[in-house]
Design a protein around this ligand. Sequence first.
Ligand code: ATP
Ligand code: MG
Ligand code: MG
Ligand code: MG
Length: 465
Amino acid sequence: MDADAIRAAFLEYMTEQGHVVIPRAPLIPRDDPTTLFTGSGMQPLLPYLLGADHPAGTRLADSQTCLRVQDIEEVGDNRHTTFFEMLGNWSLGDYFKDEQIRQFWTFLTERVGLDPDRIYVSCFIGDPTHGIPKDDESAAVWTRLFAEAGIAADQVEVDTEEHAASVGTGGARIAFYGKKNWWCRGGKAEEMPIGEPGGPDTEVFYLFPHIEHDPAYGTHCHQNCDCGRFIELGNSVFMEYRRTETGFEPLPRRNVDYGGGLARIAAAALNTSDVFRIGLLWPIVEQLEVLSGRSYDDETHAMRVIADHLRGATFLAVDGVRPGNKAQGYVMRRLIRRAVRYAFKLGLEENFFPQIIPTVAGIYDVHYPEVKQHADTVVAILAKEEQAFRRTLRKGLKQLGGYRRTGVTGAELFVLYDTFGFPVELSTEEARQRGITVSETWRAEFDEQMAAQRARSQQATSLHA
Ligand code: ATP
Ligand code: MG
Ligand code: MG
Ligand code: MG
């Protein structure tokens, strides 16, 4: 099963379970000035999880397009992309732990056909300081489900000193963690305001037994180890507590919030730990191989970055963002310019975005027809930005290379930004890769130049007014 079939199967299964399928929210949150992008399926539904009534009822499901700039540096590994789709389902005061864990398990093992023996889970270890109990309830449901599949589910507390998860067996079936398995806004129980809801989270991982544990990530491999042997497929948050003056009390209306990575579930279904091998990304990679004459095996990192960033920039354009110097526009610009930079490494020195965008539109033809509808506009916007940056890229790189011996200051990075259009994150990254020292106070120096330039241009505007 590939991603399109899995998305369809999920929404169908959720419908059978009494859920109403709601449309995706745009990548730019409508009424939330606090975040630039929709980064999870839960984000647009937060008002309902906090108590408002949803017009579609108490059981909802969707596939939400997400953008996480915070993951930009992870792109290049086997499982993170800035743009991705999160499958989601919610119970607003309706079903709880038993039904949620069961339906996620059934979806993965029966509908998608994943091997139950490669599924590993995590639960909340408890927080005695705040009087929040260990989530034995979720663990008990998991234990029953594993037992039905003939699997003995051993438990381990990973947050304790001598956790016994061993490399050879892939670790204990049910691992208990602290902060990683606690959900509340802002993430920290101790910082929650009075009245704020929170709750335990149970996560599901898929094991790739042929991948050797990398000791660089610690002596033992376990569910949350970053060596790539386990991939997190999804998690269910159970909102069941409310902060009080003295600790926590049960919430009168308990909710479930589930989010799962479509690409990761699809990769698991294809028995690969590489999300770029799925139907939503592989056609872009193949095209990059043809255009550059290089192979994915040799240029994995660069091709992953380019494929992800161009797809992300395409969806941003479809959702109305335009490249610019601020907020969402700046992130879009960063994605585009970073893609151009990585393409340059592949020897792709001519404009090629216009050839990739129709491929993206083709991939999402059925499920997100808006991409194809806007394809011409998207090509025009992205190609213009590509061309502009390509023109100065070579000169900018040369200039940056000139700082090899002296190191580079924030003020010099500002010149690269101002003259050649190098987003400062791109030039610091580039400098790091080339072993050029970046001054420790570069951010302050850069901001100072930026503020001075703003002041100059404001002055110029008022002179002309
Ligand atoms: P990870 O620990 O792998 O970074 P996460 O815990 O940050 O994932 P969640 O916020 O729990 O992710 O999001 C729900 C699901 O969305 C994850 O279980 C994962 O399957 C998927 N997901 C999260 N971030 C990404 C990403 N950058 N690219 C692809 N899928 C992702
Ligand atoms: Mg993450
Ligand atoms: Mg995680
Ligand atoms: Mg998670």
